[in-house]
Every structure is written in C-alpha cells, then in structure tokens.
Write a protein that binds this ligand. Structure first.
Ligand code: GLV
Length: 340
C-alpha cells in the first residue's frame, strides 16, 4: 500500500506530481490561504507524511492528531514553525529546503540594502504624491553603499552569498557568528579586492558597520537579539536590514530607534507578527523599506523549493536517502503499514 501524504497548500504542479506518484495524496487546494487549523488537524489523522509551509504550526497538538506521522517536509530553509524537540522525541523526521534559495534571498537582501540606503521607496512615494518640484543639492540625499563596511550577523549560506556580492561594491566585510568560519574567509578572501574579518563580539560589529544585515535563524538564543541597546551602538548613518525572522528584533524598540535616527534607515522583509497590516507603525516612518517576507520569492526558486520539499517527503516515506534531514531519527518502515 502506498504511504499517505498531506500537502498543506496548492504547490507548483511539479511538486504535487512527485508526491502523488509515490503517495495517496490529499492537499489543501488553495494557493493564497493557509489551511484552517481544525481542517489540518483532521486531515493528518491517518497520514504518514506532511508537506508544510512556514504558516503551519507543527507542534505537540498536531503530533497528537497524527499518530502515524513519520516525516514533516517543511518548504523553507527556516523551521521555527516546527517544535523540533517534540518531533525528535516522537521519532518524526523534519526536512527543510536549504541551498536552492540562497542566491535568491541574497538578491533580496541587496534590494533592501540599496533601497534603504538610497531612499528608493521614499523617492517613489514622493513622486507619486506630487512632491517633486525641483532639483536641489541636498534633495533626497542618502548613504553611499559602495565602500561602506558591511556587517553580517549570522554568516551562513545566505550570508556568504550576500558577502560575495559586497565585494563588487568595494565593501569591507565584518561577520559575527558563534565561531569564526575559515571556509567563509577562504571563499571571500579568494575574490580579488575582498576584505573580510571576523568580529568575535557583536557589539564591535555594530559600532563599526555602516550596513548591518541580520541572517540568524530564530532560536531561543536569537529571539530579541536586537533591541534598544544594540541600536544605540550603531552609527547614526547606519542601515539595518533583517531578512531572517521578525522576532530576532524587538520591533517596538526598532521603531523608537528609527524615530531617533539610529539606525538611519532599515530594510525589513520579516516582522514580529506576520502578516502586518496597513496600520503598522513601521509604515508611518519615512526611513524604512518593507517587503512581505519574499526573500526566496521568485518563480524559479519557489518552484525548486516545492520540488525539494516533495522529494524529501517521498524519500523519507519510501526508504530512500533523504536529501535534507534536519534531525536524526530512524524513519521506521516503508509506507502505511510500517508505522508505529
Ligand atoms: C523563508 O523564510 C525560509 O525560511 O525559507
């Protein structure tokens, strides 16, 4: 008998085909809206695997509703929507979709760096409001990006891709991780003209960088990592970019800091509580550029992510090597009758 799978959103057909070929598949056939919680809890009652998105909370309640569950294939690189210790304790495998979104997400980080530094959105809004009357010497002046010092907090795969692009802008790079990364330094250092240095202390990076980019995963250690104290350490000309997860930043404190002009501007793709509405206080500030959590959102990359998630799911349920496991568990048996 084929294993049973549930897909929590209508995905690109290529991904659905991969799952359907190997599994009895049910899906929440809506692209725009997440599956309602009650529907999800009922739908997983007899499934062996679920393909989830970051809008789905995978917690002990869901695990209790899915006694046969063997694998959760999350279509994202991040998995803070998943209670990983609970999955591991139950022997449920978690997979994610790294690598395929690295370059696309780095591009979006650069869109935010450039837009926030050069007041791109503010300028657009000004023209749309009929506010452009003349050219004047200090009209809409921003901050230079080329030659500025880039500080990357959480320099993993995406951070490295951001750093590679920075070399083209002639930017010296500082990075802060828990430990230095000789492979990152070798990779970037091999690019002619590159300068990269490890900052063991976050505070030193914050006070030296002109552009601070946050790319850490959301964990208990990184929750609230950036607040009033950290913003006060930054330069009054600095630009702050967050493309990781909203709760890494204390948003209320960022808003106050932006009002005081330190950081000078911010580019944000993620928020404490998503989605945010038109009445969000960040939108009242002229010095912010906001995007709706679209770091990996290109046609090609979202399609690849769906295919990778589908491939992980099927591999786990058919006893094949799983390309992107997050935790170490033994997936027991193959298909419906092999479960516990
Ligand atoms: C998106 O935010 C992801 O984690 O892939």
């Amino acid at each position: 008998m084929k294993p049973r799978a549930y897909i929590t959103r209508r995905l690109p057909q290529a991904a659905i085909d991969i799952v359907s070929a190997a599994c009895e598949t049910t899906l929440w056939d809506d692209e725009a809206n997440p599956v309602p919680r009650e529907t999800l809890l009922r739908a997983v009652a007899d499934v062996d695997g679920i393909l989830t998105l970051l809008t789905d909370r995978v917690d002990t309640e869901l695990l209790a509703a899915a006694p046969r569950l063997k694998v959760v294939a999350n279509m994202a690189v991040g998995y803070d929507n998943v209670d990983l210790p609970a999955l591991t304790a139950r022997g449920v495998l978690l997979t994610n979709t790294p690598d395929v979104l690295t370059e696309t997400t780095a591009d979006l980080v650069w869109a935010l760096i450039l837009a926030a530094s050069r007041r791109v959105v503010e300028g657009h809004r000004l023209i749309a409001a009929g506010g452009w009357t003349t050219w004047s010497p200090m009209f809409m002046v921003g901050q230079d990006v080329h030659g500025a010092t880039l500080g990357i907090v959480g320099a993993g795969r995406i951070g490295s891709a951001v750093a590679r692009r920075a070399v083209g802008f002639g930017m010296p790079i500082l990075y802060h991780n828990r430990r230095p990364s000789p492979s990152l330094e070798a990779q970037i250092g091999a690019i002619p003209g590159a300068a990269i240095r490890y900052a063991p202390a976050l505070d030193d990076l914050l006070s030296a960088a002109d552009v601070v980019v946050v790319l850490v995963p959301l964990t208990p250690e990184t929750r609230g990592m950036f607040g009033a104290r950290e913003f006060a350490l930054m330069k009054p000309t600095s630009v702050f970019v967050n493309a990781s997860r909203g709760p890494v930043v204390c948003e209320a404190e960022l808003i106050e800091a932006l009002k005081r002009g330190r950081p000078w501007a911010a580019g944000l793709d993620v928020f404490e509580h998503e989605p945010i509405g038109a009445d969000h206080p960040l939108l009242a500030l002229p010095n912010v550029v906001l995007t709706p959590h679209i770091g990996s959102a290109t046609v090609a990359t979202r399609t690849r992510m769906a295919v990778v998630a589908a491939t992980n799911l099927v591999a786990a349920l058919t006893g094949q090597p799983v390309p992107n496991p997050v935790n170490r568990v033994e997936v027991k048996g193959e298909g419906r009758d092999g479960g516990t």
